[in-house]
Design a protein around this ligand. Structure first.
Ligand SMILES: NC(=O)C1=CN([C@@H]2O[C@H](COP(=O)(O)OP(=O)(O)OC[C@H]3O[C@@H](n4cnc5c(N)ncnc54)[C@H](OP(=O)(O)O)[C@@H]3O)[C@@H](O)[C@H]2O)C=CC1
Ligand SMILES: Cc1cn([C@H]2C[C@H](O)[C@@H](COP(=O)(O)OP(=O)(O)O[C@H]3O[C@@H](C)C(=O)[C@@H](O)[C@H]3O)O2)c(=O)[nH]c1=O
Ligand SMILES: [Mg+2]
Length: 299
């Protein structure tokens, strides 16, 4: 089957390409700017129609969380309206869409992992724009799977794992917030889950499990716990190392407010689709190892 993915250089798009490589049953086509620009609605339907998808994976997004506070119009155009246009164009060619969303749609006030029944209340422009996207997607295409994920990292693009490895090359100590909790998720594991869903969708004409799902790495930690694991793993593989110092959110001022608790319960995904993500520490170690090995082999 043919998956058409928006967001050519994005972490999820590149992970899908990598994971589908060894799968003769899947062909992955990635679309990006300029031929598909979510901020230019007129580009969307033609680009998707030409690509002839069996399924569209809507993974392109405006993901610069702090910058979005200064560019709300662009963030909403891309993450809200743009996502809606992708779903609408997909509906028009009679195909289902898998759309990626985020933990940042929640306010982070609770003490337990969020379920799909909990009420979203974003505290950032990015979170609000992604919630607008969820609504637009659901309205435009009834055959939608909205996957909310969190704290995504991978060997590709920009992410927290690569930031920590970079900072550790010229620092002895990195101060990282210890009072925001969540589920680090490898984009490679998101790609595996999407291929699993795609196979279920394609193999079952009567598939009726559309809706909103949480999918994230198994287990939870704080950003500082995540950082410590990244750097301990790096040290074990002979890569850069720095000590991690726990700080509070108030000691790391940022433009956007982030949820204190953004843990996602993945129980619905597990029970409906029979699939869970690997534990976050093991998944993180594999990506750190891959990044360090590639660095050495690239000289
Ligand atoms: N990263 C994370 O921690 C999390 C991400 N998500 C969601 O998962 C999805 C995938 O995230 P991820 O792979 O990390 O994202 P990335 O930031 O790695 O990639 C996003 C992609 O979208 C593209 N893009 C941005 N604006 C436009 C536009 N106007 N038209 C077309 N393409 C555009 C970017 O292009 P370019 O490279 O040219 O800028 C980039 O290739 C997104 O929906 C995101 O909101 C959810 C939870 C956590
Ligand atoms: C780099 C750095 C960050 N931090 C803090 C800031 C913030 O609270 C937290 C994470 O910072 P980042 O800016 O890397 O992460 P952020 O961009 O907020 O990551 C989010 O991206 C969007 C796209 C999502 O959808 C979310 O799920 C989430 O992954 O760590 C430190 O405390 N020390 C540091 O040195
Ligand atoms: Mg960031």
């Amino acid at each position: 089957m043919r998956l058409v993915v928006t967001g050519r250089e994005g972490q999820v798009a590149r992970s899908l390409v990598e994971r589908a490589h060894a799968r003769p049953d899947f062909e992955v086509v990635v679309l990006g700017r300029p031929e598909l620009d979510l901020a230019k609605p007129e580009t969307i339907a033609p680009a998707l129609a030409i690509a002839r998808p069996d399924l569209v994976v809507s993974a392109a997004a405006y993901t610069a969380v702090d910058q979005a506070e200064d560019e709300p119009d662009l963030a909403f155009a891309v993450n809200g309206a743009g996502a809606g246009h992708v779903a609408e164009a997909t509906a028009r060619i009679g195909k289902p869409v898998i759309h990626l969303s985020t933990d940042y749609i929640f306010d982070g006030g609770g003490e337990r992992a969020y379920t799909e029944n909990d009420k979203p209340a974003p505290r950032s422009v990015y979170g609000a724009s992604k919630l607008a996207g969820e609504h637009a997607v659901a309205k435009a295409n009834p055959r939608h799977l909205i996957l909310r994920t969190a704290w995504v990292y991978s060997p590709f693009g920009r992410n927290f794992v690569k930031t920590m490895l970079r900072l550790a090359t010229d620092r002895d100590e990195i101060a990282v917030v210890a009072d925001q909790w969540g589920n680090p998720t490898s984009a490679l594991d998101i790609a595996d889950a999407i291929l699993h869903l795609a196979a279920m969708l394609y193999g079952n004409k009567g598939f009726a499990s559309f809706g909103v799902y949480h999918f994230a790495g198994t287990g939870e930690t704080s950003w500082s716990g995540f950082a410590r694991h990244i750097l301990d793993t790096s040290q074990a593989f002979g890569g850069p190392y720095a000590r991690v110092r726990d700080i509070a959110t108030v000691d790391y001022p940022t433009k956007a407010q982030r949820p204190r608790n953004s843990r996602l319960s993945t129980e619905k995904f597990r029970s409906v689709f029979g699939w869970t993500a690997p534990d976050w520490p093991g998944a993180t170690s594999r990506v750190v190892e891959q990044l360090l090995t590639r660095r050495i082999s690239n000289g």
